[in-house]
Design a protein around this ligand. Structure first.
Ligand code: GCO
Length: 466
């Protein structure tokens, strides 16, 4: 087999998120967010009882971060903004100059070296005060978020051309509101997660339209959302429908309202939740439905779809009763025989990415795709051959999909450097660069995978691996 080239203009990058790298959790006017609150009040819900108080100290080391991006030769760098660093009350009454300055310094350093900023407005750090008012379950959040976004566009819109409104709604709503795993650990499954889903999509759409009407005419640029996009594969030929349902309850819950021709939540979700709600004695579906006006506002409200893809599951329909709170009776799992990583949930199944991209092309009318996250966890150490094999195989699978006509414009490795991993703290590492969390200056050292990725980016090609 010959060398496989990436398409002309293809953009390579790496990603991080503010809480996971910045540290300086209360510096220069920043106030508490839901992740500060969780890690300070319920520390051992994180595996090593750690937090992001200092993390990789990028608040002070951003110049070194940009130097690493240059070492790798990346086209873009995806990072996120901390809402309370910019707006300490959560509202636009008081813009925190020091916070704005930090992001200006970072962005300007990137622009100086021709690196495109790809900015996420929300990577899970809701101001704690807004949470106390119900957070994403309060319909007012749609305006709180849009007002914050407007400040961000005003401050940075002249230099940032790639915007991601919200990172992984599935994790925010389903994990944060529907279980105890992520902040704010509400654990109101089938209730608060659906309120969150609706409000989040409306918040996103309002923000998209604000950008389009007020900022795009002068700045250009594109706006999208990053979806949790795992692939659900039928366990057997009889389970095709089951896997399809798992996709609709997974990526579909958030992507269907934006990208499907008819908009709105997937039909199968509406049917299942409404049937189960009725059987449980609810007077209306627990799924909070959109008005027609909202369906129309949300449909089409993205210039691209951001896919955060890590892994694959097998799905089958199981026989759970109506009493169970699970609205879909599809069960998904990962066989033990699949090659693993340092994280229990992350198995290396590259063909899952190929199938995901094909699914997105067919179901959502071949939208522009940016892979906004893809990566692998190891323990600490610089020799990371498993990560190298992960990146090479997933990039290879992505090229298969591109060859078949999937419209993939960019790829973003998670992560540029080791950081605070939400549930696993510092016990697992995702970085192309290792960070030494035992030294005060958080020394960064390239792993073997950094050199391999750098060569792929430089040559714009992948050597044959099969
Ligand atoms: C996300 C991700 C990242 C994680 C990564 C590894 O939602 O964007 O959760 O923040 O660190 O996916 O788990």
């Amino acid at each position: 087999q010959s060398i496989r080239k990436f398409p002309d203009g293809f953009s390579f990058g790496a990603a991080t998120a503010s809480y996971q790298i910045e540290g300086a959790w209360n510096a220069d006017g920043k106030t508490e967010t839901i992740w500060d609150h969780l890690t300070h009040n319920n520390p051992c819900s994180v595996k090593d009882c750690s937090n992001g108080d200092i993390a990789a100290n990028s608040y002070n080391l951003f110049k070194r971060d940009v130097e690493m991006i240059r070492e790798l030769g990346l086209d873009h760098y995806r990072f996120s903004l901390s809402w309370t660093r910019i707006l300490p009350t959560g509202f636009p009454d008081k813009i925190n100059e020091a916070g704005v300055q930090y992001y200006n310094n970072l962005i300007n350093e990137m622009i100086k070296y021709n690196i495109k900023p790809m900015v996420t407005l929300y990577h899970w750090e809701l101001p704690q005060k807004l949470q106390e008012m119900g957070g994403w379950a309060n319909p007012h959040v749609t305006d709180w978020f849009a007002d914050y976004a407007r400040v961000v566009f005003e401050q940075f819109g002249d230099r940032v051309k790639y915007w991601i409104t919200i990172n992984e709604p599935y994790q925010i709503c389903n994990a944060g509101y529907g279980s105890t795993t992520k902040a704010p650990q509400l654990n109101l499954k089938g209730i608060a997660d659906y309120m969150c889903a609706k409000n989040l999509l409306v918040a996103h759409a309002k923000t998209y339209h604000i950008y389009n009407n007020e900022f795009k005419p002068k700045y250009g640029g594109v706006v999208g959302m990053s979806m949790s996009a795992q692939w659900y594969e039928p366990e057997s030929e009889e389970q095709v429908e089951a896997a399809n349902e798992a996709m609709h309850f997974g990526i579909g819950q958030y992507a269907h309202p934006i990208f499907a021709k008819e908009g709105d939540f997937p039909q199968i979700m509406k049917e299942k939740v409404s049937a189960k709600s009725a059987a449980q004695g609810y007077y209306r579906s627990r799924l909070v439905e959109f008005t027609e006006e909202e369906v129309n506002m949300i449909r089409g409200s993205s210039d691209f779809i951001g896919l955060n893809h890590y892994t694959t599951y097998l799905s089958y329909r199981s026989n759970v009763t109506l009493e169970e709170k699970q609205d879909s009776d599809v069960t998904s799992y990962q066989p033990n025989s699949w090659p693993g990583s340092a994280s229990e949930w992350l198995k290396q199944i590259p063909w899952g990415l190929h199938k995901l991209l094909t699914y997105v092309k067919h179901n959502y009318d071949n939208p522009m795709v940016i892979i906004t996250e893809n990566g692998f966890s190891t323990l600490s150490g610089l020799e990371d051959d498993d990560r190298i094999s992960f990146y090479r195989e997933y990039l290879n699978a992505m090229l298969d999909a591109i060859e078949e006509g999937c419209n993939v414009a960019g790829y973003t490795a998670w992560s540029l450097m080791d950081n605070f991993e939400w549930l696993e703290g510092y016990t697992v590492r995702f970085g192309l660069y290792e960070v030494d969390f035992t030294t005060a200056n958080r020394t960064r050292t390239p792993r073997k995978s950094a050199f391999v990725y750098k060569e792929i980016v430089r040559s714009r090609a992948l050597d044959p691996i099969y």
